[in-house]
Design a protein around this ligand. Sequence first.
Ligand code: DQA
Length: 169
Amino acid sequence: MTDTHRHTEDDDPAGLDQPYLLLLNGPNLNLLGRREPGVYGQTTLAQIVAAVRGTASGGDPPHRLIDVQSNHEGDLVDAVHRHGPGAAGIVINPGALTHYGLSLRDALAAVARPTVEVHLSNVHARESFRHLSVIAPVTTGLIVGLGAMGYTLAATFLLNLAATMEVDV
Ligand code: DQA
């Protein structure tokens, strides 16, 4: 299938000291746009990443975006270890790992950065196995059921939080 193991970073050397947001997407989210569009919508992951990157770069100060999608939990754990500690915030849609991904949860707990969990669908209106999130207890908050817009709303929140924390110190 296409586009798995996606990992894009702005590699503009001039921007490397800019703050950044980390966007993580779990299994099957590389198929967005074609995967059960009645449930997950028509927007592709590339379009979502572009929208979040636009939100991040429009922040004050502008933020870069590091974006990782993987179908493998360990890759997401590695991405959290590598990019989490320096991130101003993390937006994560863990996909089905939401419901059982304990090593991903532990990685997020270890880096302890502001984190918003996003689900395109309203998981609480679906099968009961989707009602439990093992990730939620280690996040700042959740957005569910708002489709692709949930990602940009999450990024906006994290940018605001970062700006507020800067004022506080
Ligand atoms: C999802 C909901 C999960 O239950 C599912 O496994 C996904 C997508 C969502 O965005 O609605 O892969 O995280």
